[in-house]
Design a protein around this ligand. Structure first.
Ligand code: IMP
Length: 432
């Protein structure tokens, strides 16, 4: 039953793409992406070549079948461009399949998001990719799914009418039935060859054949619609439970859950961020860590690692193993702080060890830190645990004992092999 999930434990941008690439390049037969859309962005660097992914699982680099699950929202134009650009870079995209049940992000959704964000008094700071309105349409049963493009003209016209009727107040007559009809015909023309019906059965067949299946998460746990810092969240469920729904497999089929986190914290968009460093230390993290969004180019907010939030995310997802990325970004810091609890005047300034699920309460939280001396050593060439500086080992050990889950891989650079791995770690994960 070798099914492994890889998911983000913070605010997205944890470096899941390269963790997936690392494990996929070792031993994987199929990769499935269960959720999100082109609000995500992964970069994988191989031999100085940068590959950028928004919709396609970064596991495509392993040359194995890659499936875009029913839980995804897909901007067909972006997907088509991404396939073309990866093919130009020599990637084999012929094994990509898209679930017919995934929802399409339409031009109407992007326009609706503009109208809705403009009206909000407190902005969410979305990626402006039409993600929220598409998931809202899905829940409202007025969305259009990838498979709908294959229906007969009469049925497709009916579905378009339902969609436009649901938004007539906001969109007036900005979009016509004819426009969407020909748009959807183009989707069929350009992406039809990749679409597959009942992807859930295909994935379950792989599982029955004992193939090694990797589920590649998008976004991060703190952006989860139910469990994140609502309302400053995305509109899907990037947590482990959402990944089962988004790929059509049952939770009993999942063998291991790997949680990825960065050695410090970042966030794009609005919302509470207790360990944010709005000072020169944060600026140094941003510059050294190149913390600018792959998707929108926005500068990411930076701060110390928050173990209260990390422990919450580990518990929520039932994480078995941890991957810590970008430890090398802390190489030149004299002092490194780790948040181990909060204090809030709203709670009488008592120590608060738990992550508040209420965003307004979270906003009042002040971080309580422990501090360690930095290792002040270049770790980018190190590939084995025994060569890591003592203080880096102290950092890793503190984190794993605090959250109670082992760290099995540590990222120390952008390149594919810039990873310190416990010997035989991938075999251990697959054989569990
Ligand atoms: P949306 O997903 O575009 O609706 O944006 C909602 C919130 O999630 C915003 O704060 C975004 O910046 C954030 N967000 C969505 N996807 C990602 C991601 O892949 N990485 C980091 N932040 C994201």
């Amino acid at each position: 039953m070798p099914v492994t999930m890889i998911l983000g434990l913070q605010n997205g941008d944890e470096g899941k793409g390269r963790a997936v690439d690392y494990l996929a390049s070792k031993n994987v037969d199929v990769v499935v992406r269960p959720g999100g859309g082109n609000n995500a962005g992964h970069t994988v660097v191989i031999n100085d070549n940068k590959y950028k992914f928004h919709l396609i699982p970064s596991g495509v680099m392993a040359g194995v079948p890659c499936y875009l699950g029913n839980g995804m929202v897909i901007d067909a134009e972006v997907l088509f461009e991404e396939i073309k650009s990866l093919e130009k870079q020599g990637c084999d995209c012929s094994k990509i399949k898209i679930s017919s049940q995934a929802h399409l992000i339409l031009p109407t959704h992007k326009r609706l998001e503009e109208i809705e964000e403009e009206k909000r008094t407190k902005k969410i700071g979305t990626t402006k990719r039409g993600i929220g309105p598409t998931y809202a349409d899905k829940a409202n049963r007025s969305g259009i799914r990838v498979g709908d493009c294959f229906l007969d003209d009469g049925t497709l016209t009916h579905i378009i009418n339902v969609h436009l009727k649901a938004h007539e107040e906001k969109l007036k007559d900005e979009f016509s039935v004819d426009f969407l009809f020909s748009y959807l015909k183009d989707v069929r023309k350009y992406l039809g060859q990749y679409v597959i019906d009942n992807l859930s059965t295909v994935v379950n067949d792989h599982i029955s054949l004992k193939h090694k299946v990797l589920l590649e998460g998008a976004q991060g746990t703190l952006l989860d619609l139910d469990h994140g810092t609502y309302p400053f969240v995305t509109s899907s469920n990037p947590c482990a439970g959402g990944m089962c729904v988004g790929s059509g497999i049952g939770p009993t089929k999942v063998d291991s859950v790997i949680g990825v986190f960065k050695a410090y914290s970042t966030k794009v968009g609005e919302g509470p961020f207790p360990t944010e460093l709005d000072c020169e230390i944060g600026e140094k993290m941003r510059q050294v860590g190149k913390e600018f969004g792959t998707t929108t180019g926005r500068a990411r907010r930076c701060g110390w690692l928050d173990l209260v939030a990390l422990k919450y995310a580990v518990q929520l997802n039932g994480v078995d193993y941890l991957v810590m990325t970008k430890m090398d970004i802390l190489d030149s810091f004299e002092e490194i702080k780790i948040c181990t609890s909060y204090k809030s005047p709203a709670l009488g300034n008592k120590q608060w060890p738990q992550f508040p699920t209420n965003n307004y309460l979270l906003e009042t939280m002040h971080p309580e830190y422990i501090s360690i001396k930095g290792w002040e050593t270049d770790t980018t060439k190190i590939r084995s645990w025994k060569n890591l500086p003592t203080q880096a080992i102290a950092y890793i050990s503190y984190i794993q004992s605090f959250v109670g889950v082992p760290i099995v891989l540590v990222g120390v650079g952008e390149e594919r092999d810039a990873i310190v791995s416990l010997d035989l770690v991938s075999q251990a994960i697959w054989k569990k």
